[in-house]
Design a protein around this ligand. Structure first.
Ligand code: A3P
Ligand SMILES: CCc1ccc(OS(=O)(=O)O)cc1
Length: 285
């Protein structure tokens, strides 16, 4: 560990449950065709999507999401604890990751694992990350939003540059086993996006199962679910006694935090870094 990150191949990783030795060993992780992998940049709404996937697999029955911590239901492959759970698990596995594509286990490219890449307006990711990292012990703590804005736009944050991460994983779009989902679409029409995910996974939910899923993955219900809201980490990895993963759960909060100058700088950087990609990939733009 150094300066609030674990460094691996030039990319900063969180200091929790993650070592360069583990990240090197992770390269040999073997994905199976029946696995389902959720990949995202941190603060894209990862845990929301994972909750939805768990509820799809339990057919809307909330027992599992109410009794097992979310990081054990869909473990992070880059975490030592998550890896231990995954490697011994039989049958279809739900797996989560924030790892950039160029450092990801290569077996993913030989398997038929279903991959869901979750995207979100990076401005909202930036704001969400700032408010989470100032209360947690996962990564280097910013002193101000202004400082975090600099770090984020330069890619000096956990898992590196959002721009590189998104470009990298988006390069898989169009493959049969890859689905791109945006936080914004999920927020705007959760039911339709969940149905799309079910079709992608070859799963069918009865209407009452879908209604139960929508209830138990809603912001308000997840906020109260200690197995999903990270309050189990209070006093250990989350310092604030009221701290939670569940902050606002809305799109566009960046407008309440960016200055006009920051908004202009971000627009320019976004245009430069994402040049050449079809604008319709980014529903918030
Ligand atoms: N059920 C839900 N509905 C909407 N947003 C949710 C949600 N569950 C989590 N989120 C939001 O997802 C973000 C966390 O992302 P991740 O899971 O990738 O760490 C937080 O965003 P905000 O900080 O903007 O509120 C959190 O509030
Ligand atoms: C439960 C431990 C853990 C570790 C790392 C995480 O990554 S991040 O906060 O999304 O960057 C999350 C949970």
């Amino acid at each position: 560990m150094s300066d609030g990150y674990v460094w691996f191949e030039g990319i900063p990783f969180p200091v929790v449950d993650c070592t360069p030795e583990h990240l090197r060993a992770m390269q040999d992780f073997v994905f199976k065709d029946e696995d389902v992998l959720t990949v995202s940049f941190p603060k894209s709404g990862t845990n929301w999507l994972v909750e939805i996937l768990c509820l799809i697999y339990s057919k809307g029955d909330p027992t599992w999401v109410q009794s097992v911590p979310i990081w054990e239901r869909s473990p992070w492959v880059e975490n030592t604890h998550g890896y231990q759970i995954l490697k011994d698990k039989e049958g279809p596995r739900l797996i989560t990751s924030h790892v950039p594509i160029h450092l990801f286990p290569k077996s993913i490219f030989q398997s038929k694992t279903k991959v869901i890449y979750l995207i979100r307006n990076p401005r909202d990711i930036l704001v969400s990350g700032y408010f989470f990292w100032i209360i947690s012990k996962f990564v280097k703590r910013p002193e101000s939003l202004e400082q975090y804005f600099e770090w984020f736009t330069q890619g000096h944050v956990a898992f590196g540059s959002w721009f590189d991460h998104t470009r990298g994983w988006m390069s898989l779009r169009g493959q049969e086993n890859v689905l791109i989902v945006s936080y914004e679409e999920l927020k705007q029409d959760t039911r339709s996006v969940v149905q799309k995910i079910c079709r992608f996974l070859g799963k069918k939910l009865e209407p009452e199962e879908l209604n139960s899923l929508l209830k138990h993955s809603s912001f308000q219900v997840m906020k109260e679910n200690k197995m999903s809201n990270y309050t189990l980490l209070r006093g250990w990895l989350i310092e604030d006694k009221n701290g939670s993963l569940m902050r606002k759960g809305i799109s566009g909060d960046w407008k309440n935090h960016f200055t006009v100058a920051q908004a202009e700088v971000f627009d320019r950087i976004f245009r430069e870094k994402m040049a050449g990609l079809p604008p319709e990939l980014f529903p918030w733009e």
